[in-house]
Design a protein around this ligand. Structure first.
Ligand SMILES: *Cc1c(COP(=O)(O)O)cnc(C)c1O
Length: 365
């Protein structure tokens, strides 16, 4: 492939962008995933022909046939990443190369063609450059990018499709959890599991989320914000939340997070926090932790803090854990000190207020 990947994209600016005053109003306090920017990126794939028709154009609906494979067999993957406004007015992405790599891994697991990383990167970079006015300037705001790919072949036979559509849409976002309590309450799912060995747990695919919705609904019914899943084999080891990884903080100042053994989504926030914590001189273990141990340690005080992390919600303290067989509060039920130190270290780096010793920031303008 040509090294000059930008040349592949045709860029057709929208003839009807949202007016500046209306955009300013929309950017004031956007609900997550409800407000969208003016443009989208798309690339088509056809077996035998490869990737083609890369364009960035006005955002709008797709034309879809009722027999398109994705509607029936859920051959779909996605990514989630953010563009940040920098103090000098510039804009940057955080570790987009890691998203590009994970998107390829997800594609492989779902028997889809792997989008070359250069094309993935160019699609998000060019979209953000064109829609730069949509990056909120408010504290904690960012432009959330949603790259995804789906099987578009019109056929009901069960097999990997021969045609795909890759797309990136963008939405300005503020804080993910909007309550006044900074800590969330989570529900231990003992009726449902998220991922089994050999399944799709480490791929970022829509099907994993579809399978988690009933457990999430149960959590809401029980008055909880989120659900935490246990492993599917022993129903004992804490894996992760529906869309966030989890960390535990102990009284000796060490951290622990479940290891990536195939059923947990390898979060980029998770990996970044492990690096930042070690930079601070903290000990981080990637080891299994059981739900019963979590309860015992929270009650004895050996466990001081716990938090969930992911691109959308960044770092979110876990205050209380409930379930049919569990009920405990962590620390005083609020945000822990080390949790907030790690969150601030990450957010300061992403928003360009701190040094970037690992070269994670990808400056776009
Ligand atoms: C996306 C996702 C995460 C978080 O990954 P990040 O790269 O940190 O955003 C965690 N768990 C699941 C199930 C996910 O889909």
């Amino acid at each position: 492939m040509s090294s000059n990947v930008e040349a592949v994209f045709s860029i057709e600016p929208s003839q009807h962008p949202v007016a500046a005053a209306e955009r300013a109003r929309l950017l004031e306090n956007p609900a997550f995933g409800r407000v969208f920017s003016d443009h989208m990126a798309t690339i088509r794939y056809t077996e035998g022909k490869g990737w083609h028709d890369a364009r960035i154009a006005a955002r709008g609906p797709f034309e879809c046939d009722p027999a398109m494979q994705v509607f029936h067999y859920a051959q779909e993957i996605f990514e989630g990443m953010k563009a940040y406004r920098l103090p000098d007015g510039g804009g940057a992405l955080f570790r987009p190369d890691a998203n590009a790599r994970r998107f390829r891994n997800s594609a492989r697991r779902l028997a889809m063609p792997e989008l070359p990383e250069a094309l993935f990167l160019e699609s998000v970079r060019e979209l953000v450059r064109l829609d730069r006015e949509w990056i909120p300037t408010v504290q904690g705001g960012s432009l959330y990018l949603r790259p995804f790919m789906m099987a578009t072949e019109v056929a009901l036979g069960v097999k990997p499709a021969a045609e795909y559509l890759y797309c990136v849409t963008a939405c300005p976002v503020g804080a993910y959890f909007k309550g006044s309590n900074p800590a969330v309450t989570i529900w231990v799912s003992d009726n449902y599991t998220r991922a089994a060995p050999g399944g799709t747990g480490e791929a970022k695919c829509g099907g994993n989320y579809a399978a988690s919705l009933l457990a999430q609904a149960e959590a809401s019914r029980e008055g909880c914000d989120q659900v935490v899943f246990l492993d599917a084999v022993e129903r004992r080891w804490v894996e992760e939340l529906g869309g966030m990884n989890v960390f535990f903080v102990f009284d000796d100042g060490s951290l622990q997070t479940p290891p990536l053994t195939g059923t947990i989504l390898p979060g980029i926030t998770r990996e970044s926090l492990i690096v930042l914590a070690r930079d601070m001189g903290l000990t981080v273990r990637e080891e299994p932790y059981s739900i019963d141990q979590w309860q015992a340690d929270a009650r004895s005080g050996r466990l001081r803090e716990a938090f969930a992390c992911g691109t959308a919600a960044v770092v979110t303290p876990i205050g209380t854990v409930k379930g049919h067989k569990h009920n405990f509060t962590i620390g005083d039920g609020g945000a822990g000190n080390l949790t907030m130190r790690l969150k601030n270290a990450l957010v300061d780096l992403q928003q360009g207020r701190a040094a970037d010793p690992h070269g994670w920031m990808d400056r776009l303008f």
